[in-house]
Unconditional design. Structure first.
Length: 115
């Protein structure tokens, strides 16, 4: 069985639903509460490569922090990755990661594409 990791926020309904979808299929993912244990810049870059998206696509653009940091789609990839590592609230949730691919669990059913 493939090892699955979920960047999880227990306070987020989408994150809880994605976790439940995995558990219903007897997958016990490694839970990383990313707000408590933020991913490093290199971990974020790795996940971006698995997702096949740019940094802006992994960001919660509606967060006050996004505006406070004056971030935009014109901000460089390096700056966006650095902002996510420093301010993990900016990372879209949940992110479900396997050895070879990752998905953003919005909608939570996206999670099932990894199984």
């Amino acid at each position: 069985m493939t090892t699955i990791t979920i960047w999880h926020n227990p306070r987020c309904s989408k994150s809880r639903t994605a976790l439940a979808l995995l558990e219903e299929r007897e997958v016990e993912p490694t839970q990383v509460k990313y707000l408590e244990t933020p991913p490093t810049e290199s971990e974020i870059r790795h996940v971006l490569s698995l997702l096949g998206v740019s940094a802006i696509d992994l960001m919660r653009r509606g967060e006050a922090t996004f505006k406070e940091l004056n971030l935009s789609s014109d901000t460089s990839e390096d700056e966006l990755v650095s902002a996510m590592a420093s301010h993990p609230i900016l990372i879209e949730r949940p992110v479900i990661i396997s050895a070879t691919q990752a998905v953003i669990g919005r909608p939570p059913e996206n999670t099932l594409t990894l199984l």
